[in-house]
Design a protein around this ligand. Structure first.
Ligand SMILES: [Zn+2]
Length: 105
């Protein structure tokens, strides 16, 4: 079912995107249409030292689960890069990760 902006009861309260930030669809280059997606991609990498500390603590305590609770709760991975892309509804329908998002509600 396609929704319209009027279906959104309190559209003014939703987070916004400025006109100057709009671009054609990242995949097909066409205008976005009424409903579109903004995808934020973050590439992450495991911090080997943090992982090693966590594994070591697990070995000392005899339990990875206990180490998870008792440990320093350091970041085990770091964000290497972030990018945002605008995607039209037609292209979004071809992306499994967006289809899965729609199934959640
Ligand atoms: Zn597209």
């Amino acid at each position: 079912m396609n929704r319209t902006p009027q279906d959104t009861a309190d559209i003014a309260a939703l987070p916004g995107i400025k006109e100057s930030d709009l671009r054609p669809c990242h995949f097909c280059g066409q205008p976005l249409g009424i409903f579109f997606y903004r995808i934020k991609l973050e590439q992450a990498v495991v911090d080997p030292k943090a992982a090693q500390r966590q594994v070591g603590l697990g070995m000392m305590l005899g339990s990875a689960a206990l180490a998870s609770v008792m440990g320093p709760n350091d970041d085990i991975a770091k964000i290497v890069s972030t990018s945002r892309h605008l995607v039209c509804a037609d292209c979004a329908g071809t992306l499994p990760i967006i289809a899965a998002h729609g199934e959640d509600g």
